[in-house]
Design a protein around this ligand. Structure first.
Ligand SMILES: Nc1nc2c(c(=O)[nH]1)N[C@H]1C(S)=C(S)[C@@H](COP(=O)(O)O)O[C@H]1N2
Ligand SMILES: [Mo]
Length: 214
């Protein structure tokens, strides 16, 4: 159960979600509407067959509306400045998981190298499997998104996207494409897999943007 420090750590203070009950005091600050705390478990949600990728053959590409389309190998990715996320993740199926730690590189670092053109407004993230998801460019810049390969200091488990997944923790977790291999910058929004199947184009858990029309 959460300790008393939760309330101080909470970055999303919502006066309406505060409860006088000791068991939920502070926790509500970090739990978006309609979500529950999944605790130590980490459910796996995969639409496709889990691929078993050899890191040495995996590559990461940033292309589309960029000055310099760029591809990194596994080794080249590891030479980039490291970046860590510590915080919470929220799945649209209503579980949230507190205090997770992932490490890899910031998407900002990749975009710095590729140089987004001024016309770029959206990103399509694509996995080796063909899974894709769309994001506003503003949601993967400014220290809000990562390409990660460790979870809690261990290699990211295969079923959770290992060797490498996208991490966009401030949006519902379907935006965090597992086995990510490509970020394509575009001047318009183009729906990905779950968005074509009814999920929201933006997916902000604090606004409960679960489905198209929310
Ligand atoms: N390639 C791929 N990435 C994916 C998915 C998927 O089915 N395939 N599911 C998404 C959804 S709906 C969620 S909630 C999270 C689940 O990640 P997890 O299985 O590591 O919990 O991954 C997202 N990324
Ligand atoms: Mo999900």
């Amino acid at each position: 159960m959460p300790g008393p420090s939760r309330g101080f750590l909470g970055r999303h203070r919502d006066p309406q979600s505060q409860s006088p009950s000791p068991s939920s005091a502070g926790l509500g600050d970090r739990l978006p509407p309609g979500q529950y705390d999944t605790g130590d478990s980490w459910p796996t949600l995969t639409a496709e067959v889990t691929p078993h990728l050899v890191p040495e053959r995996w590559t990461m590409t940033v292309d589309g509306l960029v000055a310099t389309p760029t591809t990194w190998t596994w080794d080249q990715m590891h030479e980039l400045p490291p970046s860590t996320f510590a915080g919470d993740i929220h799945c649209v199926t209503t579980w949230s998981k507190f205090d997770v730690t992932f490490a890899g590189v910031s998407v900002d670092t990749l975009l710095e190298a590729a140089g987004p053109l001024p016309t770029a407004t959206h990103v399509l993230a694509t996995s080796t499997t063909g899974y894709d998801t769309n994001l506003p460019l503003a949601d993967v810049t400014g220290g809000k998104a990562w390409v990660v390969w460790t979870y809690g200091d261990q290699p990211l488990p295969t079923e959770h996207g290992g060797p490498v997944r996208l991490l966009v923790p401030h949006l519902y977790f379907w935006k965090s494409a597992k086995w990510v291999t490509q970020l394509t910058l575009m001047d318009h929004d183009r729906q990905g897999f779950w968005e074509r199947n009814g999920y929201h184009d933006h997916g902000d858990p604090w606004k409960e943007q679960r489905y198209q029309g929310d």
